[in-house]
Design a binder for this molecule. Sequence first.
Ligand SMILES: [Zn+2]
Length: 501
Amino acid sequence: MPSGNQHIEVHGQAVRTADALRTTIVALALLTGHAAVAQAPFDPSVAETVETVRITASGQRFVPRQSLTPGGAPKHTADYDVTVTWNPGGWLAREEWQLNTVFPVVTGFAYSMTYGELTGIKDGQDNFRAALDGPTPLTAARIGANFKDLWLTNPLILAAHSEASLPPVEFESGGNARHRIALSAHDTEWTLVIDPATGLPEAVTVMEQDPTNGEGPNRVVFSDWREVSGVPFPFQVEQFLNGGLLRREMRSVIEVNPDNADSVLAVPDDLEPGDAAQRHWGWSMSNLLLARAGLGGPADTPQFDNVDLLEVGPDIYQVIGGSHHGLVVVGPDGIAVADAPWYPERSDTLLRLLEERWPELTVRYIVMTHHHLDHSGGFRSFVEAGATLVAHQDSVWFYEEALARAGSRGLNAVAVDGEAQLDGIGRSIGVYDIPNPHSDGMVGVYVPDTRLFFNSDLYSPGRELQFPLSMNALFAAVRYHGLDVERHVGSHGMGYDSEPE
Ligand SMILES: [Zn+2]
C-alpha cells in the first residue's frame, strides 16, 4: 500500500498528471485541516509500470432491466470465469471466457476475444442462437464496450492514462471525508471517489447511454485492494447501472507484465477495420452490450435502420429486420404498434417508415408487452410522437418514471386490468394480460377479425428455440380470456403459426 507521506515536493514546472494530482490532494488536505489524520496521497503514477496486466477472475452477471417484476431485483443471468490480458497503452486485449448462463437459457459457453483498437476476432461459442463458424470478426461496437469496461474496472490504470483532471473536491460520505476527482480520458469524463485514508479509489462513475432513461450512471465500486508487483489492484469489483446491480467479480490472480503477453495479444492483421462511429456507440453504452453478452445473447451491432415489415394478416405486419420484433396493426382511422425493441433510434426508423407508407394515419397506440429493455427500450419515441402507451396496470408506473428521468413530458396511458379495448383505430383490437414465468406485468395483442395474437418471449413461431412453460402460460391465458386464435405471432421468430399440437 502507498504510505502516508506528508512531504510535499514543489515542482517548478509542468508535472505529470499523477504528480499534480498527488500534490493537489495533499495540499488540499493540509488546507482543510485534515492534515493531522494519517492520509495517503492518490498516486496513480505507480500504475505507469503496468505495460500489460493479466487478471483472472470469477463473477456473476445481472441485468437490472430484465427483472422479473418492473423495478424489481436485477435478473441474475450468468456465472463466469474469465482471464483478461490487457495492454492499455497499446489498446490490445484478449479475454478468455467460460460463461455459464442461467437466464434465459441454462447452458455454458466457452469463447475468446482478441482485439485491438478497431479490429478483433472472437472464437468459440458466445450465444444461444447459433454456433460461431470458426473465428469471427468482433464488431467495432463490442470492441468499444470491452475497452470501456477495462478502463472502468481498473481505476489506477485509468488515472495513469488520463489526459487531464480537475482539482479534487472534498465531500462527506456516511460521515467520512472523501475526495472526488474528475478525470478526462479517451474523450470521456470519469469521476473517481478516493478514500483519503488509503489514497485508493473506492468507486468510478461514468455517465452512459441508457435507452429507457436517456442517460444513467455506470458505477463500479472497488474493495479488497492488494499490491501486485508494487501496484495496488482491487480484487473485488461490483458494478451498478442507475443503482441496479450489473456484476459482481472476485479476482483470484493478477499478474503485472506477464511473460507471454505479446503473443496472446496478436490480432490477425487481415481484418477489415471496424467503423469508428460504431465503436463510439458501443463505448457510450457498454452497460447494455456487456449485459447482453452476459446472458449469452450479445447485441453487438446497432439495430437502427434494419427495420422491415412482414405481412402476417390483412393490414397487420410483423416488424422484422433485427433480433427483436414488433407488430403493426393498421386500421382506417389509425395505427397501433406493439413493442419498441432496444432504443429510440430503432423506433424512429419505424415511425418514419409508417409515415411514408400511411401518411394520413397516426400511430395512436404503443402497446408494451412487458418492461424488459430488449423489447421496450425504444418506447419513448412513440410517446413523444403522441401515441398513448398501453401496458399492464402493474407496469405503467415504470414507464412514467423512465419518461420523467429522460426529461420527457407526461404520459397518456391505458392501464390494462385483465383486458382493454383500443378505440380510435377503426378496427377492433384487444389487449389481454398473460400471467407467466418470464415477466410480471405481461400483456398480448389480439386482432379478432384475423384471429391473430401477438406475444413477446412466450411462443416464437418460426424459431426453433421455445420455452415450454412460457408457451403453456400463453395458451392458458388465451383460453382464459376466451379468445379464438388462429395465428400466433411472436416478438421472436418469423411469420405466424397456430398453437402446436
Ligand atoms: Zn423478456
